[in-house]
Design a protein around this ligand. Structure first.
Ligand code: DAH
Length: 334
């Protein structure tokens, strides 16, 4: 180590240059303390220089002390500057990262869709509304009396069997059909009566074409001179409006305890198969008597349609379970 003032000056200049270079090369605030300590720390580069002091003559020492102090503050200044530079850069990076680009397009919300069953139901009620049918509704938990007895289905009727009906305690059932609404309506009103009653019905049955919960719509038209020809005309008109003019419709003789005569109505689906979509018939005189009507004076027809079946034909759905499983890939198509 040199031991005169000039060489001390040179040594200090070199230290300052090194410190400046080192501080300028710093990339992260976190690296700063270590770099600074290499110069100003206890074991830093100024240590050996301080020891030089002792080798200088007493006259030289004050000047040497001043030189060292000013060099130290220069070095300290370099690191202060570096600190400011790095902190500013870090702040800018953070701002950049959290920047919101207000010109970006907004996040799109997927609109909800109408379920196919609801869509068909809305169409059906609109159409029947045009034909003068008034919307009514009734309970899903029904008495056996309304669900069966008053509809001419006595206690030993096979449809009351455990396999089909969900029984609730106390003579109640989950309604197996919307037909009790015929009775409930006629009990409250006098003819002419023209109503439709859509709703959920329940049966103990589950496979590709049967669901334990499905939807029916009951229609009823009672007046002085309503005939089987009206039934056929109205239902054919209705189905053609719903499915298109050239849709094939077929009436088959059938049996229901609460209608006489009774029919079942099929439409041909797009695969060429006949699909049963509704049951209908002239309201049985016994049912009319049950509600206090005189079958000699008034008569009419009733029909019950399966809304889920109509949706299947309409949207070419082959498995009824697709309507209940809430698979987004299926529902998104509507
Ligand atoms: N309730 C019958 C069923 O669930 C459908 C039905 C048939 C309703 C004939 C009617 C009717 O109103 O006249 O299978």
């Amino acid at each position: 180590m040199p031991c005169d003032l000039d060489s001390l000056k040179r040594e200090l200049q070199k230290l300052c240059c090194d410190a400046q270079e080192s501080s300028q090369q710093l990339k992260r605030v976190a690296d700063l303390p270590e770099a600074k300590a290499r110069f100003l720390g206890r074991k830093g580069a100024f240590g050996p220089v301080m020891r030089l002091l002792g080798q200088l003559s007493p006259e030289e020492r004050p000047a040497a002390g001043e030189l060292i102090n000013s060099a130290k503050s220069k070095v300290d200044g370099c690191f202060c500057e570096a600190k400011m530079r790095l902190e500013q850069a870090a702040l800018e990076a953070k701002l950049q990262e959290g920047r919101v680009d207000v010109t970006m397009p907004g996040r799109r919300l997927l609109p909800g869709g109408m379920h196919p069953v609801q869509r068909v139901l809305d169409e059906v009620t609109d159409l029947l509304g045009e034909l003068g049918f008034e919307l009514v509704s009734g309970p899903e938990v029904e008495t056996e009396h309304y669900n069966f007895d008053l509809l001419n289905m006595p206690a030993d009727h096979p449809a009351r069997d455990m396999q089909d009906t969900f029984f609730v305690e106390g003579g109640l059932v989950l309604r197996t059909q919307t037909s009790p609404m015929q009775v409930r309506t006629m009990e409250k009103r006098q003819p002419p009566v023209r109503v439709m009653a859509p709703g959920k019905v329940f049966r103990c049955d589950f496979d590709a074409t049967h669901s334990p919960t499905f939807h029916q719509l009951e229609g009823l038209w009672i007046d002085r001179d309503v005939t089987m020809a009206d039934l056929k005309g109205i239902l054919t008109y209705f189905l053609r409006r719903l499915f298109g003019e050239d849709r094939e419709v077929r009436f088959r003789p059938s049996f229901f305890p609460f209608t006489e005569p009774s029919v079942e109505v099929d439409v041909r689906n797009d695969a060429g198969n006949w699909m049963e979509v509704l049951g209908a018939g002239m309201v049985h005189p016994q049912v009319l008597r049950n509600v206090g009507y005189d079958p000699e004076q008034v008569q009419g027809f009733a029909f019950g349609m399966g809304i889920d079946r109509l949706a299947m034909v309409r949207y070419r759905i082959t498995d009824i379970r697709a309507l209940f499983e809430n698979d987004q890939r299926f529902l998104r198509q509507f």
